[in-house]
Design a protein around this ligand. Structure first.
Ligand SMILES: N[C@@H](CCC(=O)N[C@@H](CS)C(=O)NCC(=O)O)C(=O)O
Length: 219
């Protein structure tokens, strides 16, 4: 059976990445959404995926975990998920991997919550978070502004770097992060993508008892 296992769409930023990759590649999979318990306490995932985390993909005899590995798998089947030109692909791989492994301060302070709209954190953002935001903006400006020639980081279609940064776009919107023009236009393009709209719609239809107080009460 082909399946993609993901977590609560409202909160699960890594799931969004795996889900985008699978859908952009056109893979036919059934979708299994697991309600996240919060704080890494979703014990049922340990019986599902080898790393005990989502996203997790089973497809045509392959088992894939870690969102970046899922992106790579999808890109083997849909090569347009990476830029075709070598130097552009090198840049794309670098920024995608930088996002996968980095920006911890941003991720911890501004957790994804699709239900939160333009509501800044009450406390001023720390230097570390502001540095992360600045670094993300510079990447978007370099790729979208100088390299792309299109709406997304490497052209007119979403590629793996856009997948990796998609939850950051969501976070910036949720917490009302003010962006300079090129980064702002890029964020709007990502938010307007039909798959991003669909994810948001589906997130908003999740049951009320899937809401997690620590995220909902974050001031
Ligand atoms: N490095 C992993 C991170 C995956 C991850 O942390 N997923 C979270 C959900 S966003 C998870 O499964 N948490 C388990 C839990 O909450 O119990 C990846 O890239 O896929």
């Amino acid at each position: 059976m082909n399946r993609l296992v993901i977590g609560t769409k409202r909160y699960s930023s890594w799931s969004l990445r795996g889900w985008l990759a699978v859908h952009l590649a056109g893979l036919e999979v059934s979708e299994q959404v697991v309600r996240l318990a919060g704080g890494g306490q979703t014990h049922e995932l340990r019986a599902i995926s080898p790393n005990g985390l989502v996203p997790y993909l089973e497809h045509a005899g392959a088992r894939v975990w870690e969102s970046l590995a899922i992106c790579e798998y999808c890109a083997e089947l849909a090569p347009g998920l990476w830029p075709l030109e070598r130097a552009r692909r090198a840049l794309a791989r670098s920024v995608a991997t930088q996002m996968h492994g980095g920006f911890a301060a941003l991720r911890q302070t501004l957790p994804m919550n699709e239900g939160r709209v333009m509501r800044p954190r009450a406390e001023p953002l720390s230097d570390a978070v502001r540095a992360d935001i600045g670094a993300v903006v510079r990447i978007w400006e370099e790729c979208r502004g100088a390299v792309s020639g299109g709406r997304f980081l490497f052209g007119e279609e979403m590629t793996v770097p856009d997948i990796m940064f998609a939850p950051v776009v969501s976070r910036f919107h949720s917490y009302g992060v003010v962006l300079p023009p090129v980064a702002g236009a890029y964020a709007e393009a990502v938010r307007a993508h039909p798959l991003m709209r669909r994810w948001r719609d589906e997130a908003m239809r999740e049951p009320d008892d899937w809401l997690l107080a620590p995220y909902e009460t974050l001031s």
